[in-house]
Design a protein around this ligand. Structure first.
Ligand code: UDP
Length: 316
């Protein structure tokens, strides 16, 4: 297959490029480099089966030749209040890439008669009242809250994808990605795993926002990429959750990272650290991925964190 990946120089996009190249496909990666980095794809430079185009997909996309699949992964994704690449600092770009970027990417898929796969998110469930979250849950999102720039952009992107499926017969897929971590997630991204690991490597206390009782479920990036590859090869058009169902509190995550990295500095609770509408709990129901795709995560949280720590310590 010849595959187009928007956000191809990003955290997940670059791992997808690696995976599809390893499977014998060729990849064209498009990225504006607003949040992505060429460092994530430097190792692919010069390969005849890989091509990088610097372009913002919120503007019209022109690509030569035929494609078998278009994977739309371009978007800021960090809810950090302070990180310059977080979506709260890039609210208009985030809405544009979810709306116009998805429209342009779907347009390419339609014109090339290619499959289309949308990177959606557990954020479509908002601060959920149903727990764990099944794909059938409609979510609880404040349409004018600060996180809405990401949540509503992705919800619109899902609606647009389904409209192209229903109206134009484009062969679409939607993956709802839960918290994912691993090498190439930028150290200054502001999300909890790179923040904590960066702090642990400097032997500083880990900044736990609020009282740390809020929960998340963390998936190692290789597991996520495997789920996405299986979804692409399936015939499912409705959204599918991909994530790790092991749910832990942020305080527990901090203590695991401190233990694995040997950081003696402990934690520091930051009372006003949580963003407005920061979900209190999040865990995917992955029954659909298990039954439909034969997928479930294989890498334990501890093993994944060790791999992330190894990666970040080499950067330092
Ligand atoms: N968080 C934290 N300390 C940090 C960064 C994040 O306690 O240094 C918390 C944050 O408030 C949230 C959880 O960790 O409750 C996960 O945040 P992240 O930014 O990774 O992504 P989210 O799951 O909210 O999209």
């Amino acid at each position: 297959m010849r595959i187009l990946i928007t956000g191809g120089a990003g955290f997940i996009g670059s791992h997808l490029s690696d995976r599809f190249l390893a499977d014998g496909h060729s990849v064209v990666a498009i990225d504006s480099l607003i949040t992505g980095s060429t460092q994530n794809i430097n190792h692919l430079a010069g390969r005849p089966d890989f091509h990088f185009i610097r372009h913002n997909v919120s503007d019209y996309i022109y690509v030569d030749g035929s494609f078998d699949a278009v994977l739309h992964f371009a978007s800021p994704a960090s809810p950090s209040k302070i990180a310059p690449t977080g979506y709260l600092q890039l609210p208009i770009q985030t809405l544009k890439v979810g709306a116009l970027g998805t429209l342009n990417a779907l347009g390419v898929a339609k014109a090339k008669d290619a499959k289309f796969l949308l990177a959606s998110t557990s954020e479509v469930y908002g601060d959920p009242l149903e727990h764990p979250q099944k794909e059938s849950y409609w979510g609880r999102v404040d349409p004018v809250g600060p996180r809405s720039v990401y949540d509503e952009a992705k919800r619109f992107a899902e609606a647009l994808t389904m409209a192209y499926y229903r109206k134009h017969g484009v062969d679409t897929r939607i993956v709802r990605i839960f918290n994912t971590f691993g090498p190439r997630m930028a150290l200054n991204d502001g999300r909890v795993v790179p923040n904590f690991v960066g702090q642990a490597l400097m032997q500083k206390p880990l900044t736990v926002y609020g009282d740390g009782s809020q929960t998340r479920s963390f998936c190692y990036v290789d597991d996520l990429v495997d789920g996405i590859a299986r979804l692409l090869h399936s015939n499912e058009h409705d959204p599918v959750n991909i994530g790790n169902p092991r749910e832990i509190s942020i305080l527990e995550l901090a203590s695991i990272i401190n233990r694995i990295s040997g950081n003696p500095a402990g934690t520091r609770l930051i009372a006003g650290g949580r963003t407005q509408d920061d979900p209190k709990q999040r865990r995917p129901d992955i029954t659909k991925a298990q039954t439909l795709l034969g997928w479930e995560p294989k890498v334990s949280l501890e093993d994944g964190l060790q791999r992330a720590i190894d990666y970040y310590s080499k950067l330092a």
